[in-house]
Each structure stands twice: as C-alpha cells, then as structure tokens.
Unconditional design. Structure first.
Length: 299
C-alpha cells in the first residue's frame, strides 16, 4: 500500500497492486485457523465471526474509499490510511494470535520401500491441492457453489456503481460509497438469520425505478453470501482436519475466480444490455447453484 501511495505512474501502480493482492490473503488464512482453534460444536460460529469481519472490511472499505475520494484532493490518501490500518492489524494479530504448530510438521512421514521419505514440499502441497480439487465430491460441490455465489456477489457490487451513478439516481461518489453501509446491516444480522433472502428477483423487477429494492437487495445478498460461505466452509473443513488449510486454499481460489468472472461478466452485460439483463444473469447463476446443491442432495 505504501508503494502504491508513492507511485508516479500507472505501470508501477498495476505491478504493486498485484503484490498487494498476493499479500491480502491473510484474512482467508485466518478462517480455517479459527476453525482449528474452535471446538467442533462451535466451529460454525467461529467461522461466521471471522467471515463477518472479512465482509465488513470489504463493505466499509468501499464506504471509506468513497468518503476519502470525495473529500480529499488525492486518491493516494486512501492508501496512506491503508498503511496505518495495516500496521494496527499487524500489532493486534501479533498480540492476540496464539502460537500454533505447523500442520506440515505434524503430518506423518511417508515410507516407500522401507525408507522414510521427506515431509511434503511446497510443490507437493500444490499437487495435493490439485488432487483434492478433483477427487473430493464435497469440495467440488462447495467450490462450484462458491464460484457462482461470488459471481453474483461481485457482479452486483461492481455494477451497482453504474446503476447509482446514472439516471434516475445520479448519486455522487460519496453517496455511492456510503450506500455500501447498507450491506453492513446484512453482515451484522447474518449469524442470527436462518434462511436465505433472495434480493436478486426484487432487483430485476424494480431496481431502476426505486431505491428501496436496491436496499433490500444489498441487505439480502450479504446475508445470503455469509450463510452460504459459512455452511460450505464448515462442511469442507470436516473432510480432513489435517488438510484444512489446503482445502481452504482450493475453496478460496474458487471464490476469487468467481469474483473475477463476476466483475468482468457483470460489467460487460450491464454496459451492453442494461441492468435488467445483468440481474437476470445473476438469477440464472442462482438457479445453477441450486442445481449443483440438489445434485448431491440437501446433506
């Protein structure tokens, strides 16, 4: 973040943004770590709390970015503030997180021909992840649902800026940023809600006519995202506790892939066919998620 704030050209910003994305996986690593620390009967709650923090960071980041972008003279101020927040997060994690043994060291050493083999290398771990991604039915099902879930989520939030900035709303950057706080309400209530709210159908019907359906959509979509991710993650982590980090890595990759697809596809459909077609596409992905879910039954 500091490097981006000090950058003077677009090429350096793009290069540093790549490394910023690589190092931003820390919250994703903390999710299975919370599952390790929590007892089995509390694992879902622990995952839900950590995931709530992750989603709140995304939502508040949009809101704060909009406020700073509207109130300050330079976009770099956002990254300077990010540097301070990252320093605070580092200090808190250093103080709070317990020491935890490496699972690689805890894995039993394989034997081949009576000779003890070395513990897995990084490349071996990557190969294991690839193998898990095609051999574990529960993981495959969860990753497919997560990918499509993130397509819908990312498409909604990316194109929401286009929708609110245009007619009939004509919102400013500050107003659009603050609008993200509506989604925070959904994150706060998600641990206490037992059913999914379908905001996408409401949006197709009236999103371009009134602001109320969009608020309902923001609220419901964030609840649905968290409920789905927590339930899928808790189920995937039960496959093999010793491989929980690798299972989570495959799960996270599917989510990020969905975000990339959702951002690109949502922008293309919105700009070429309008908001109704865009949200209609999201409904199609929701239907596909249900088909994948029912393919292996409700359990």
């Amino acid at each position: 973040a500091m490097g981006i704030a000090l950058s003077r050209n677009l090429v350096s910003v793009q290069a540093l943004s790549f490394f910023l994305g690589v190092t931003s996986v820390t919250p994703q690593i903390l999710i299975p770590f919370a599952g390790d620390l929590a007892p089995p009967e509390r694992r879902g709650t622990a995952i839900s709390i950590v995931l709530s923090g992750l989603l709140l960071g995304i939502i508040f980041g949009r809101a704060i970015g909009g406020v700073i972008g509207d109130a300050s003279s330079s976009w770099k101020n956002v990254y300077w503030i990010a540097v301070g927040l990252q320093a605070i997060a580092l200090a808190v994690l250093w103080w709070v997180l317990p020491d935890w043994p490496s699972k690689v060291e805890a894995l039993p050493k394989a034997k081949e021909g009576g000779v003890e083999q070395k513990r897995p290398t990084y490349l071996t771990i990557l190969w294991t992840m690839a193998k898990l991604a095609v051999t574990e039915p529960i993981l495959i099902q969860g990753c497919l649902i997560n990918l499509m879930n993130q397509v819908v989520f990312s498409s909604f939030w990316v194109t929401l800026t286009f929708l609110l900035a245009g007619s009939p709303f004509n919102y400013s950057t500050l107003q659009i940023g603050l609008f993200g706080l509506v989604g925070a309400l959904g994150v706060f209530t998600a641990p206490f809600v037992g059913r999914m709210i379908d905001g996408q159908i409401v949006l197709v019907g009236a999103a371009g006519l009134n602001i109320a359906p969009i608020i309902i959509g923001c609220f419901g979509l964030d609840i649905a995202l968290q409920l789905m991710q927590v339930s899928i993650a808790a189920r995937i982590y039960e496959i093999d506790p010793a491989l929980r980090a690798r299972l989570n890595a495959v799960f996270v990759i599917s989510g990020f892939t969905g975000q990339v697809i959702g951002s690109a596809l949502g922008s293309h459909v919105y700009l070429s066919a309008g908001w109704r077609a865009n949200y209609g596409t999201s409904i199609a992905f929701c239907g596909a998620m249900l088909l994948v879910l029912l393919a292996r039954g409700p359990h």
